[in-house]
Design a protein around this ligand. Structure first.
Ligand SMILES: *Cc1c(COP(=O)(O)O)cnc(C)c1O
Length: 328
């Protein structure tokens, strides 16, 4: 990457493991399946947001901020990892969480409390809509907040996944592997934007295939366009001169089922399959859905024997416990 790429705070454990899932490939009679274990990224039960937060938190420190502010769903993995990053760096943390305080804290929300985050219940706003309001209140109270958008998906956060593609390229090179496609859950877009830029920069020669796990909200504009815009912004920092086109953003949008966070048969089946054939835990909201989509694509013949597909495990298993009643 160019010298203008911002600093990175050491928060996670990298590189995350790269492993083969032979029993899964066999049971699906499909392609070789590799898994990139970002669920093992190390900070407070791991997940993909740690990569983004290494850049975002470094920026917050460089600007002399004293707290991080972000938001999301009540079971947001991003919010839990942000709370952990703040704790590890001695910063305060304010989270705008959807809904109202549950009677019994569980899953990610329980961890937010243990990590010392201050919670701002936000009713129907599940994508951090109240972040600017909270930041303004903090400024008025003399604090210096650092605002992290929903999912950590701005050009600085996306740099984490530009670097992740480089990490993967080194692992594949050392193992003498080449993958035909990289498949993962895509929601706020920073993971996909970073991977698209990073795959180009590090010459991965793999299709980068996002599985949309959320329906867009009215007024947000098409998701693929937002990912493209984010990729262009991240490239302006990490890969100046590289240009991206709509064809670079491959999104499968037919798997959103009952909507964000609603577990259906696709997710249940995928979670059980990965657990029972490989001892691999997926999550109910993101990786369960994305892996279910991958199984469907294999069953439809889009990925076949002789190919190698990499499933990027983006984390999320801490939410399993709060979804118990829809999983079994
Ligand atoms: C946030 C998240 C994603 C989606 O990543 P984006 O960069 O927001 O698209 C996927 N999986 C898990 C477990 C997540 O928490």
């Amino acid at each position: 990457m160019s010298a203008s790429v911002p600093a990175r705070a050491a928060l996670g454990v990298f590189p995350t493991p790269l492993a083969l899932l032979p029993r899964l490939s066999e049971s699906l009679r499909g392609p070789r399946i590799l898994v990139k274990r970002d669920d093992l990224s190390g900070l407070a039960l791991g997940g993909n947001k740690v990569r983004k937060l290494e850049y975002l938190a470094a920026d917050a420190l460089a600007r002399g901020c004293d707290c991080l502010v972000t938001g999301g769903a009540a079971q947001s993995n991003h919010c839990r990892q942000t709370a952990a990053a703040a704790a590890a760096l001695g910063l305060g943390c304010h989270l705008a969480l959807a809904g109202g305080r549950p009677e019994a804290p569980s899953g990610n929300f329980l961890l937010d409390l243990l990590l010392g985050a201050q919670i701002h219940w936000s009713g129907p706003d599940r994508k951090g809509e109240r972040i600017p309001l909270i930041a303004a209140e903090l400024r008025a109270a003399g604090r210096n907040p650092y605002v992290i958008p929903y999912g950590g998906s701005n050009e600085i956060g996306a740099l984490g996944f530009v670097a992740a593609a480089g990490e993967l390229a080194a692992q594949l090179g050392a193992a003498g592997e080449q993958v035909d496609a990289i498949v993962f859950a895509s929601s706020s877009g920073g993971t996909q934007a970073g991977l698209v830029v990073g795959a180009r920069l590090h010459e991965l020669r793999s299709a980068v295939v996002g599985i949309a796990i959320d329906k867009g909200e009215a007024g947000e504009g098409p998701f693929a366009e937002r990912v493209l815009e984010l990729a262009e912004k991240a490239a302006s920092i990490a890969a100046p001169g590289e240009r991206f086109a709509p064809a670079d953003i491959v999104l499968k949008e037919g798997y959103v089922g009952g909507g964000y966070g609603v577990v259906g048969e696709l997710e249940r089946r995928a979670i059980r399959l990965a657990a029972r054939t490989e001892g691999l835990l997926l999550d109910p909201v993101y990786t369960g859905r994305a892996f279910g989509a991958l199984v469907d694509l294999i069953e439809k013949g889009e990925f076949t024997r002789g190919q190698t597909v990499l499933f990027w495990h983006t984390g999320g298993a801490p939410a399993l416990f709060s979804y118990a009643s829809s999983l079994i």
